[in-house]
Write a protein that binds this ligand. Structure first.
Ligand code: MG
Length: 152
């Protein structure tokens, strides 16, 4: 058994899509990024790479590589799964975002990740919290995610 930790943070801006765990969340602000900016999937990727001690998402998909401009993060995750075929036991993630509230989207996010990772929904934990108005996340300027993955 091996555990891996991943985290990510992105700026939020008007006119950008808010992608979380492979689904688009209705919002007036979204992630500013060179890919689709899905912080949760980026944290999941880094946690898998971490468990395998295979570096990080930036090494695998360099931001300066134009092939990954506006990339669908689901495809980046699928690429990592194909590359290393990890046997994932479970993931546990936390997304920190001031608004919108994610409560009504958590099940869809879990379903999306469960499908991409090919593991049951009860092996996919996604929690959402706010930053209590503190710092850039609390001011609605950023979104972050953390994930732990256990692989066999
Ligand atoms: Mg990222």
């Amino acid at each position: 058994m091996r555990a891996g930790l991943g985290s990510d943070i992105h700026r939020l801006g008007e006119g950008c899509k808010l992608m979380i765990g492979g689904i688009e969340i209705p919002s007036d602000k979204g992630e500013i990024a060179h890919s689709d900016g899905d912080v949760l999937i980026h944290a999941v990727i880094d946690s898998i790479l971490g468990a395998l001690a295979k570096g990080d998402i930036g090494a695998l998909f360099p931001p300066e590589d134009i092939r990954f401009r506006d990339a669908d993060s689901k495809e980046l995750l699928r690429h990592v799964l194909l590359l290393y075929s990890p046997r994932i036991i479970n993931i546990d993630a936390t997304v920190t975002l001031e608004r919108p509230k994610l409560r009504n989207h958590i099940e869809d996010i879990r379903k999306s990740l469960s499908a991409i990772l090919s593991i049951p929904m009860d092996a996919v934990s996604v929690k959402a919290k706010t930053a209590e108005g503190l710092g850039p996340i609390g001011q609605g300027e950023a979104i972050s995610a953390e994930c732990i993955t256990l692989i066999e």
